[in-house]
Design a protein. Structure first.
Length: 372
């Protein structure tokens, strides 16, 4: 493996050459999220050689890792100290060996606990990146209160690499909860949403939830995490069937990585849509029974081609938006019209940011939106 500075210099030189020629570059780590986004243009800029944890202070709850670091490697290091990334970043890679730290931040995707603990961006303290001019820039730091003005570090979470090539990220981590329990309830979607809305107003250690209908029967799983006394008390208050923790760990990992049977049952000609709506939104008029996560705020839908307009309309009416998460038959190639169109003022801000960070428009061109 080449020395670290050589990797950075090589990436910078390649970006400068691409900018001068106007040729796009496709930033890539392990490739586990190649399906996500609108377009995959240009030659691959592989960031996996730039890997490794550069700093970890368990007592300070801060870790710094290079972009190419395998996510599984980072989480194993944290687990050895009784700590974790509480937002449960998805791997979308069964063994978990290819997903990287850079891809985790660039995609901005979070797992089952997101509604309770926050998203990836909430844990980004600082980062280093190479912009579209080939310049290595540093933003933020290793403490929470390190920003005066625009928080560029968190801006990169979910930017899909369109603003720069991430090279290093500092993250806040948390201790693993002392206690955990998963409860199972048999109920319809409306009842599940009513319960989740009611429980959300109570002092309960709700951490994750998943409702799904299979073979005509609806089931709600709720995960509790927190102090031992709080989890025990919540179990008595809520009732339901208490599941084995080892079995439940596999269940929640399957939800995180879309290995749950509901996801696996998606037909070859169906798209997978993600509808982001308020947690209090009622049951939506959808073409198929959804899988509901995040206490009602995230609703996964399997839909045939041509139903995009109806799904976007349903999400908009509920006060949210819809994303074509995986196009039918496309797991390694992009597709158009993945994201809802931005309103003019927000679209203008996005485009101006793109021009500032990547004036030649070469980094992950078209991944976020057509034309940039």
């Amino acid at each position: 493996m080449p020395p670290d500075n050589d990797v950075i210099d090589s990436v910078s030189e390649r970006i400068r050459a691409a900018a001068a020629a106007g040729t796009p570059l496709r930033i890539r780590g392990g490739g586990t999220k190649d399906f996500y986004g609108q377009s995959l243009e240009g030659g691959i800029l592989d960031m996996t050689p730039y890997a490794g944890v550069t700093s970890y202070e368990p007592s300070e709850l801060v870790v710094t890792a290079r972009a190419g670091t395998p996510l599984a490697e980072l989480e194993a290091l944290l687990a050895a100290q009784g700590q974790c990334l509480p937002f449960e970043p998805p791997y979308f890679d069964a063994p978990g060996l290819r997903a990287t730290v850079g891809g985790m931040v660039a995609s901005g995707l979070s797992g089952p606990a997101r509604a309770s603990v926050g998203a990836v961006r909430d844990y980004v303290l600082g980062l280093k990146l190479i912009n579209g001019r080939g310049e290595l820039l540093t933003f933020g730091g290793q403490v929470m209160k390190n920003v005066a003005g625009y928080d560029v570090s968190r801006l990169m979470a979910g930017a899909l690499g369109t603003l720069g090539v991430l090279t290093e990220v500092s993250l806040k981590v948390l201790p693993v909860a002392p206690a955990e329990a998963t409860l199972r309830f048999e109920c319809g979607q409306a009842q599940a949403l009513d319960w989740l809305n009611a429980w959300g107003g109570l002092p309960l250690p709700l951490n994750a939830s998943c409702w799904v209908e299979e073979a005509g029967s609806g089931t709600l799983h709720v995960r509790l995490r927190g102090a031992v006394a709080a989890v025990d008390a919540a179990c008595k208050t809520l009732g339901g069937e208490k599941k084995d923790n080892r079995e439940s760990t596999g269940y929640w990992q399957a939800c995180r990585d879309q290995q749950h049977p509901w996801f696996q049952a998606r037909q070859a000609g169906q798209d997978l849509w993600r509808l982001s709506v308020p947690q209090t939104a009622a049951v939506l008029d959808l073409p198929d029974s959804p899988l509901v996560e995040w206490h009602g705020a995230q609703r996964w839908v399997r839909a045939d081609a041509g139903q995009a307009q109806a799904l976007r309309a349903a999400a908009l009416q509920a006060g949210g938006h819809a994303t074509l998460f995986i196009a039918a038959g496309a797991h390694s190639t992009g597709a158009t019209a993945r994201f809802d169109a931005l309103k003019p003022p927000l679209d203008r801000i996005h485009r101006e940011l793109k021009r500032e960070f990547d004036p030649a428009g070469i980094l992950n061109r078209g991944r976020m939106a057509a034309g940039w």
